[in-house]
Design a protein around this ligand. Structure first.
Ligand SMILES: [Zn+2]
Length: 299
C-alpha cells in the first residue's frame, strides 16, 4: 500500500464572542441612554428613570459584565489555569493578586461584587414595590421602595454592600432598584471596565485582553473608551448630575490607578494637572478641564 503524506495545518482559535460587546455595541447603547438622560429634570427627585434611558443602560450593563466574564475565561485559558467554577469576582481578583502581590484585591472584589449585584437585579427581574408620596398638587415629595419577598439574592443584598436607605451599592453608588438604573450607572460600570483593561494591560501580556475600540462621534473616530467617557464627563457634568460621581471616581483612582499601565489613557488617570478633575484628554486631541478651564494647546 502506498502511503500518502499530506501536510496538515492546525490552528487553534479561541473564540471569545462576548468580549467584543464593549468595543462594538456599548458606545451606541451609551449614546442612546444619554439622549434620554440629558432630558431629565436634575432638580426633581425620581423614583424611576425613563423607559428609554433604563432599557439602553440596563442592556449596556449586562453586556459589559458578559464581556468581563468572556475576558476572564480567555485569561484563564491563556494562563492554562482551571476555573473550577469560580465566580467572576474571585477569579478576576485572584489573577491580579497572583501577578501583583500588592494589588488591593479586597477592594477590587467589593467593586466586582457590586457589579454582579446590579447585573443580577437586572437579569433576574427583581420586583420592587414603590410607594409614591404626593402633596396636594400631586407633585411627588418622596417615595418608599421595598424588594418584594422571594426576589433578590438575600446573601448578596445583605453583604453590607447595598444601602437599605438609598438602594444603592456602597462603593460605586449603583442603583439596585431596577427602574432607577440609568445612564450614570452604565457610565460607572464602564469606568470599571476601562480600569479592568488598564490593570490587565499592565499585569498580563497584551494578547490576553485585546481591545479594539472604535466609535464615530461627531464625524471623527474615537479609539479609546476612556476618551468617549471623557467626552460625556467633561461636556455634561455641569448640565447633569454626572459631577456627583466625582467623589466615587477619586476613591477608585487612589486604589486602582497605581496598577494601570503607564503609556495609555484610562478614564481614572485622565485628570486635569491643575485641579485633578476627570475628563482632561477629550476626543479630537482636546486637552481641557471644564472644571477650572486649564488647557494645553498642542501646536
Ligand atoms: Zn482643572
Amino acid at each position: 500500500m502506498r502511503k500518502t503524506t499530506k501536510e496538515i495545518n492546525k490552528q487553534k482559535i479561541v473564540t471569545v464572542v462576548a468580549a467584543n460587546y464593549v468595543d462594538i455595541l456599548i458606545p451606541e447603547l451609551l449614546e442612546k441612554s444619554f439622549e434620554a438622560y440629558k432630558k431629565r429634570d436634575f432638580i426633581k427627585k425620581h423614583f424611576q428613570v425613563s423607559v428609554i434611558e433604563n432599557t439602553y443602560a440596563t442592556a449596556g450593563i449586562v453586556l459589559t459584565i458578559l464581556a468581563l466574564e468572556a475576558y476572564r475565561n480567555r485569561i484563564y485559558y491563556m494562563l492554562n489555569k482551571p476555573l473550577n467554577k469560580m465566580g467572576l469576582v474571585k477569579s478576576l481578583s485572584q489573577v491580579f493578586k497572583l501577578k501583583e502581590h500588592s494589588f488591593p484585591n479586597d477592594f477590587f472584589e467589593e467593586i466586582l461584587t457590586e457589579l454582579v449585584i446590579v447585573r443580577d437585579v437586572i437579569v433576574h427581574n427583581h420586583l420592587y414595590e414603590v410607594e409614591i408620596i404626593n402633596d396636594e398638587n400631586w407633585e411627588m415629595i418622596g417615595h418608599r421602595q421595598r424588594l418584594l419577598e422571594s426576589y433578590g439574592d438575600s446573601k448578596r443584598l445583605n453583604s453590607g454592600l447595598v444601602s437599605e436607605r438609598t438602594r444603592k451599592t456602597r462603593n460605586l453608588k449603583l442603583n439596585v432598584q431596577p427602574a432607577k438604573i440609568g445612564f450614570e450607572d452604565l457610565f460607572t460600570v464602564l469606568v470599571i471596565f476601562d480600569s479592568f483593561i488598564g490593570i490587565s494591560d499592565r499585569i498580563l501580556p497584551n494578547s490576553y485582553v485585546p481591545s479594539r475600540f472604535s466609535f464615530k462621534l461627531d464625524g471623527s473616530y474615537i479609539n479609546r473608551l476612556s476618551h468617549l467617557l471623557s467626552h460625556y464627563y467633561s461636556n455634561y457634568s455641569k448640565l447633569t448630575s454626572l459631577h456627583n460621581l466625582t467623589k466615587i471616581y477619586k476613591k477608585l483612582k487612589i486604589q486602582l490607578v497605581p496598577y494601570f499601565t503607564d503609556h495609555k489613557d484610562y478614564f481614572l488617570k485622565n485628570t486635569c494637572p491643575k485641579c485633578g478633575d476627570f475628563g482632561f484628554h477629550q476626543p479630537k486631541k482636546i486637552y481641557k478641564c471644564n472644571n477650572c478651564n486649564f488647557k494645553i494647546e498642542l501646536g
